[in-house]
Design a protein around this ligand. Structure first.
Ligand SMILES: O=C(O)c1cc(C(=O)O)c2c(n1)C(=O)C(=O)c1cc(C(=O)O)[nH]c1-2
Length: 226
């Protein structure tokens, strides 16, 4: 495929993205109870906490200093440059805003088995696949900016007990993905040189859509028991 066709094929997977998942639809429509939002926040914590390990696995498999240098800030973004900073900290504050304690999030007591299984599969994928294939799996970020913008607006409009500062994770992340999404796409296009590499990248993005969808299926089921 030439670069345009390759990018079009990757973007063509957007219909499989978790933006249209029924749980997200209910969240955006204001139909979730506070206990259901707690299930969501506590389970997504497990995803958030796995992302730096996933990115470290990509770096460990990559022999190219330029790419490692480009990827490294992602780990610091989530872990923070110091304790009490960074994306994971902002997610924990969101958990507290929906009424969870830090302890009950950090000890993972609310993490559903299928949520754990889906997230662990993503980390294992990054450990076991060529680095560029694992990078391609993160291209769901291309689809996430629009969704996160809608999420902030809809949550503020629909849940009057949620304040803008509670959603700092997302407002901060929206800015980060606009740059990272394009840079990641450029990296994947530049380093997938054969048709086999390109097909593996498309399959990786498809796999990641399945990971996210499965995570939300697990959350949906756990929330329905509230
Ligand atoms: O809220 C969302 O809908 C959403 C989606 C995604 C995604 O599409 O993978 C990520 C995030 N958020 C996110 O916050 C994040 O840090 C992130 C990292 C990655 C990744 O695969 O490396 N995806 C995502």
């Amino acid at each position: 495929m030439d670069a345009d066709e390759f990018v079009t094929t990757l973007r063509g997977l957007s219909h499989r993205y978790w933006g249209t998942h029924p749980f997200h639809q209910r969240m955006h429509a204001g139909e979730l109870s506070q206990p259901e939002l707690q299930v969501w926040a506590a389970n997504r914590w497990y995803y958030q906490s796995a992302i730096p390990r996933k990115d470290a696995a990509i770096i460990s498999n990559c022999p190219l200093p330029d790419v490692r240098r480009q990827w490294l800030p992602r780990i610091v973004y989530h872990d923070g440059a110091a304790p009490g900073e960074g994306g994971m900290e902002r997610w924990l504050r969101l958990c507290e805003a929906v009424g969870l304690t830090r302890d009950e999030v950090l000890d993972e007591r609310h993490v559903a088995p299928a949520a754990r299984f889906a997230v662990d599969a993503y980390v294992e994928f990054a450990r076991s696949k060529p680095w560029v294939t694992a990078v391609a799996s993160g291209l769901t970020e291309m689809f996430s900016g629009h969704l996160m913008k809608a999420r902030v607006a809809d949550m503020l409009a629909q849940y009057d007990w949620i304040r803008r500062e509670d959603l700092a994770y997302f407002t901060n992340r929206i800015d980060a993905v606009s740059g990272e999404g394009e840079a990641t796409l450029a990296l994947v296009v530049a380093h997938c040189r054969t048709r086999a590499d390109q097909d593996a990248a498309v399959a990786a993005l498809s796999f990641k859509c399945d990971v996210l969808w499965s995570l939300l299926d697990a959350i949906d089921l756990a929330a329905s028991k509230q």
